[in-house]
Write a protein that binds this ligand. Structure first.
Ligand code: ADP
Ligand code: MG
Length: 727
């Protein structure tokens, strides 16, 4: 019988890409055609209701029952006009993927069936969702949860060959009101940010009434042929290769990064980009990444809530469209040991309703005081809550990247670039000049900030949080992550910091200090207090780890410990004050994240056992038996010396590795049993990390040795050279 690997390899080499036709060469002609955006709302709604909906979107105003009915009817007409038969509330539970439960518009009635979509169905749904992760918030007698419409993210139509569905972005909360998803806390954090930022803006510009946090998400991913993927149970079950020796050629020649995109991949990219563009996802950039078969795409930045919905939708689309091309997308942070993993850079800035980016240095020194206020408060916030930011990016899969000398280290620090570093140093050490002269560069003693900063910042790829000219880039986020987690934290800590800033500045003003001097005085104080978080050097170096320790910065390498920061007193206070999470919600979330951590390790350990016992060991033994026959035959023929020693040496090597593999697998199973009996989730997660996961490297080392010895024709798993180079 032919092995699955052989069949898969043959399939992978004879692929023909489906034909992909773009709806038009002008993207503007089909961008957003599947979105119920403002233009379509205007067409389908009365002027009055349209205006109410716009103010619900922009200002968070509530929508009444009658208006909801009119909006639902309009949405239904638009969606049915485009061929939709069903609708669904589309939400982001803590499973990490998106969820949907479809209902048809169809409703039987006394005088024949009709298509109906009531306002109440738009506004709220009760998915029977007791089996979503809830961290103990919902016990069975209050098992109901409900989804509630988020008007700030437009409804859209998901197309598939079999039918079209109207999707309505929603939050997902328990019957008692606690958040069970990623979106609800994010919206609260963004509201807190809006309020705090507008308050601070008032010092500088009274016309600003709204501040939106913006986000541009770069998404890295791997592609692998579908047949090869299906022949690797580890990839199928865990998203990463638990076994596999690195191929002779990896990324060392640096010949893939920004190289020409392989034709088959290019066709796939165009296909998913078209689908994304129709859904209003403003994809702009595509290129090869560093590792073989690794790629990246990025949209133009948008308001955060929308950017994150779009990223979640994009990941979903990428997976769906890949199947048409017989590809599988690997979004995992570290599918292959030995080459780079994938991240999701989060480019973040704050933009006012007057169109000003608060993180862009201004033309005049006076404008720069505003820039400095937001800039320095961000630095200070990260300094105060570095551990919480670390927690927000922690996951079992991201643990493979952080601190592994290819992604930012697990130590949170900020890279500012030389120019801004000098500016902050100068402010810290200068005396605040009380002579206010607007035309003077030394106004108030603020050093000149060049409007266009040298983009030396992007070259420091080793920093987890870097200032890149007019935005901060959080680079430590993992490629599978829902960016809501880190963005909820980042906006919460900066909002809280801005609120504290305002209190301090107001106090000085009340004491009789001039406004600008009061502002600069507090900024100067913050620069001093947050100095330790700034680091310009190589984040991968041991010197930095040592230096960070001297500075008292934490270097938490694993998720179960990193997550502690979610339930610390400091975080509980922060989230309480900003009205984002209450204590119960925080503990539930902590519990869910811990469960997710050990459950994923549990699955990996099981797959490791299964594949080793049922695929790798039998292959090694089969080959060993061939060698034993061979040695016996040689002996029968009276051949000895080097000729006989060769098979015997290989037989012995095989036995050595087989022995270690078998004992390690058995020992790991025992540890798993012990660890499974632990009640407390945190202890269990730590147990999985320290006592179960600790076997992975040994098992892998020896199975990879076997892979290199055993006859290639009997090896059952597609090898790295095939996964990475057959395309
Ligand atoms: P890189 O060199 O890191 O690839 P780019 O300039 O291409 O950086 O930008 C990456 C992402 O950052 C894109 O999604 C882009 O839209 C986004 N971005 C650019 N400016 C801003 C901003 N002011 N706020 C938020 N995101 C931004
Ligand atoms: Mg970037």
């Amino acid at each position: 019988m032919k092995s699955l690997r052989t069949i898969a390899l043959k399939e992978a080499q004879t692929r023909i890409s489906p034909e992909v036709k773009s709806p038009s060469t002008k993207i503007s002609e089909f961008f957003g055609v599947n979105v119920f955006d403002k233009r379509k709302m205007k067409d389908f709604l009365s002027k009055e209701v349209y205006e109410k909906l716009v103010s619900a979107i922009d200002q968070g105003e509530l929508i009444n029952h009658d208006d909801a009915n009119q909006i639902a009817t309009a949405m239904k007409s638009w969606a049915m006009g485009k061929g939709a038969t069903h609708y669904t509330h589309w939400f982001q539970p803590l499973t990490g993927t998106t969820a949907e439960k479809h209902d048809s518009f169809f409703e039987p009635s006394s005088d024949g069936a009709i298509e109906k979509f009531a306002g109440s169905a738009l506004v709220q749904q009760e998915p029977d969702a007791s089996s979503f992760p809830n961290g103990g918030i919902r016990n069975t007698f209050e098992a109901r949860g409900y989804t509630a419409w988020d008007p700030s993210s437009p409804a859209f139509i998901m197309e598939s060959k079999a039918g079209k569905t109207l999707c309505i972005p929603t939050v997902f909360v328990s019957y008692t009101g606690e958040a069970l998803d990623y979106k609800a806390p994010l919206l609260k954090a963004l509201a807190a940010m809006d309020k705090a930022a507008v308050d601070v803006c008032q010092y500088f510009d009274k016309s600003i009434t709204k501040v939106n946090a913006s986000l541009g998400i770069e998404q890295e991913y791997f592609l692998v042929d579908l047949a090869l993927y299906n022949a690797r149970p580890d990839l199928v079950m865990t998203g990463r290769a638990l076994f596999g020796h690195m191929s002779a050629k990896g990324q060392q020649l640096e010949d893939h990064y920004f190289g020409s995109i392989p034709e088959r991949v290019f066709t796939y990219m165009v296909d998913f980009e078209n689908e994304a563009l129709k859904l209003g996802i403003p994809l702009k950039t595509r290129h090869n990444e560093v590792a073989p078969m690794q790629f990246e795409c990025a949209p133009i930045y948008e308001e955060i809530n929308l950017a994150i919905d779009h990223n979640q939708l994009l990941m979903d689309l990428m997976e769906k469209v890949a199947l048409r091309h017989n590809f599988k997308v690997l979004l995992h942070e570290k599918p292959y040991a030995g080459i780079n993993g994938s991240g999701k850079h989060n480019n973040w800035s704050l933009i006012t309703d007057t169109g000003k980016n608060l993180l862009a240095p201004g033309k005049t020194p006076k404008n720069n005081l505003m820039f400095l206020a937001f800039f320095v408060n961000t630095v200070k916030a990260v300094h105060e809550h570095a551990d919480l930011l670390r927690a927000s990016i922690a996951s079992v899969s991201n643990d493979h990247r952080l601190g592994a000398n290819e992604a930012p280290p697990a130590i949170i620090s900020i890279f500012l670039g030389q120019q801004l570093n000098e500016v902050l140093d100068e402010i810290e050490h200068s005396r605040i000049s009380k002579k206010i002269k607007e035309d003077n560069a030394l106004w108030l003693g603020i050093p000149k900030i060049p409007q266009i900063l040298l983009d030396n910042t992007d070259r420091n790829r080793t920093s987890p949080f870097a200032f890149t000219g007019n935005k901060f880039e959080l680079r430590a986020v993992g490629s599978t992550a829902n960016s809501s987690a880190p963005m909820t934290v980042l906006n919460a800590i900066v909002a809280d910091q801005l609120t504290k800033f305002k209190i301090e500045v107001d106090k000085l003003i009340k004491k009789g200090e001039k406004k600008d001097i009061a502002l600069l005085t507090v900024i100067k104080k913050y620069i001093k207090e947050s100095k330790d978080i700034r680091f310009e050097g190589n984040g991968y170096s041991q010197e930095w780890a040592d230096e960070a320790e001297r500075r008292g910065l934490k270097n938490i390498k694993t998720t179960p410990v990193a997550l502690d920061a979610y339930v610390s007193e400091k975080s509980t206070e922060l989230f309480g004050k900003t009205n984002i999470f209450n204590k119960r919600e925080l503990h539930a979330r902590h519990e869910i994240l811990l469960e997710n951590y050990y459950k994923k390790l549990q699955i990996e350990a099981r797959v490791m056992g299964e594949v080793t016992n049922s695929m790798i060991i039998p292959a090694a033994i089969a080959y060993q038996n061939t060698l034993i026959e061979n040695a016996k035959g040689l002996k029968d023929l009276g051949i000895d010396g080097a000729a006989l020693e060769a098979p015997i040496a290989i037989i012995k090597k095989l036995s050595e590795h087989l022995g270690i593999v078998k004992t390690s697998i058995d020992a790991m199973l025992e540890e798993r049993k012990k660890t499974n009996a632990i009640e407390d989730s945190r202890e269990k997660a730590i147990g999985y990390d320290e006592n179960v996961k600790s076997y992975f490297d040994t098992i892998r080392y020896h199975t990879d040795k076997l892979e290199q010895i055993v006859d290639d024709s009997v090896w059952p798993l597609p090898k790295f050279r095939e996964l990475l180079f057959v395309k």
